[in-house]
Design a protein around this ligand. Structure first.
Ligand code: GDP
Ligand code: MG
Length: 444
């Protein structure tokens, strides 16, 4: 999906103005790409309609080219589609026990996800109890026990000869005595939606108070996953969805459709078989991931608001000609400060704000450290002569020594900065070609 969309945008990028035909052509391609990615047909139709309504007749914003303008709109609509906000699993207040019931078809990833969630909540200071309510396969109980042990959380099971609803009740009594404040019921799935399964889940709900019913769906099953979600929501009622196996699914269609079809948010996404491979769901980051450009777009937007247009254009010109020098570097540091602090910017840069484990970007301490470094960089640049700033290639070892002295830093820091400056140049170039997915570090 990402690749196809990028081709659409590549074609648009070369356009000077956004005509109705351009938009229509692009939307046709986007539609095709979404359908090929298994996004629900009706969702695609509505999506295209809202993008079209917004795109046609809209002026291209200053500083953006037509391609970027369409990217901007598509990006915003993708985020809307997925629910805009990150949704947390609602826990009961204080020490009260929260009961979560996991539901889903067989093989969707319920048992694995149960253990993954337990790990997440344990880190947050909860004391989870995992409950083996899948009584049809002895292996399922064993699987939960093994995973629970790996996570260092207790697993409650009564073997195969009890009804799931009764096991759930007994588990909650156990939790009360045992001081567990979170009970996660791992239920049995079936290969297809069937009455038995739904009845079993309803029975559990009647027997005990379930605070959150979380549906687990397998992204690899595409359209089916979303139909399943719809059925579960109508029959049992769900509070949220976890989409698993997104690591294997490059199409991402299920993640896109869930919210629109069920009205229920995606809470987490499964990104692998390891018990640590569960990530909070951020609609904006998912949109960026689908578009394949980090959050470059937000950066463009923000930069636009703050950076003097003329300067931005000049800088772009220089970047294109590869003439970006230390004066520009100094200028860009200033602009970044204007844009509300480094922490903010870091979060928006592709590769840093991406889908990795550092989803939250930098903490305050790291931001402060980065800002101190930035200050030293400014000092170093100030210690350069205008000629050196304009032409970094002339920086000989003796010049570097003089600069280090002037800035009151170690020569190694000057060397590092020059290296980072060169990386910065590379990084800035990336802005022009979002299609390339390279990992790079931010130069500060
Ligand atoms: P259940 O029948 O719903 O309980 O599903 P399981 O938890 O047993 O998972 C079925 C298979 O999917 C197992 O082999 C898991 O390792 C695998 N699995 C679960 N979640 C993910 C995920 O996010 N990514 C990948 N690659 N595999 C997953
Ligand atoms: Mg299972």
């Amino acid at each position: 999906l990402t690749e196809k969309l990028q081709n659409v945008f590549k074609n648009l990028r070369s356009k000077g103005r956004l005509t109705e035909d351009d938009v229509k052509e692009a939307l046709k391609e986007i539609k095709r790409a979404l359908l090929a990615a298994d996004v629900n047909f009706k969702v695609v139709k509505d999506f295209i309609k809202s993008v079209q309504e917004r795109a046609i007749g809209q002026d291209v914003m200053n500083g953006l080219n037509p391609g970027q303008m369409v990217i901007k709109i598509v990006n915003e609509e993708l985020i809307n589609l997925m629910g805009s906000e990150t949704t947390e699993i609602q826990l009961q207040p204080g020490k009260a026990i929260t009961v979560i019931m996991m539901a889903g078809l067989q093989g969707a990833g319920k048992t694995t996800t149960t253990a993954k969630l337990a790990g997440k909540f344990k880190l947050k200071g909860k004391k989870p109890l995992l409950v083996a309510c899948d009584v049809y396969r002895p292996a399922a109980i064993k699987q939960l026990q093994v995973n629970g042990e790996k996570q260092g959380v207790e697993v409650f099971s009564m073997g195969e000869n009890h009804k799931p609803a009764n096991i759930a009740r007994a588990a909650i009594e156990h939790a009360q005595k045992n001081g567990n404040d979170l009970v996660i019921l791992d239920t049995a799935g079936r290969l297809h939606i069937d009455e038995d399964m739904m009845a079993e889940l309803e029975e559990i709900k009647e027997e005990v108070e379930v605070h959150q019913t979380i549906l687990v769906i397998d992204a690899m099953t595409g359209q089916d996953a979303v139909n399943v979600a719809k059925e579960f929501n109508e029959k049992v009622g769900i509070d949220g969805v976890i989409v698993t196996k997104l690591d294997g699914d490059t199409r991402g269609g299920a993640a896109l459709s869930v919210k629109a079809v069920t009205g229920k948010p995606i809470l987490y996404v499964g990104m692998g078989e390891k018990l640590s491979d569960l990530e909070q769901f951020y609609p904006d980051r998912m949109a960026s991931r689908i578009l394949g450009m980090g959050d470059v777009l937000s950066l463009i937007e923000k930069a636009e608001a703050e950076i003097d247009e003329e300067k931005a254009r000049e800088m772009t010109q220089k970047l294109k000609k590869n003439q970006f020098d230390f004066d520009d570097y100094l200028e860009s540091i200033k602009q970044m400060k204007n844009m509300g602090g480094l922490g903010n910017i870091m979060n928006m840069l592709p590769g840093l704000g991406g889908m990795g484990s550092k989803m939250k970007g930098l903490d305050d301490e790291q931001t402060a450290e980065a800002e101190r470094k930035m200050g030293r960089m400014e000092a170093i640049i100030h210690s350069m002569t205008p000629a050196e700033r304009a032409n970094p290639d002339i920086l000989s070892p003796s010049r570097k020594h003089r600069i280090a002295k002037g800035a009151g830093v170690d020569i190694s820091e000057v060397n590092r900065m020059i290296k980072q400056f060169n990386e910065m140049k590379k990084l800035m170039k990336q802005f022009g070609k979002p299609g390339k997915k390279k990992k790079f570090g931010f130069p500060f």
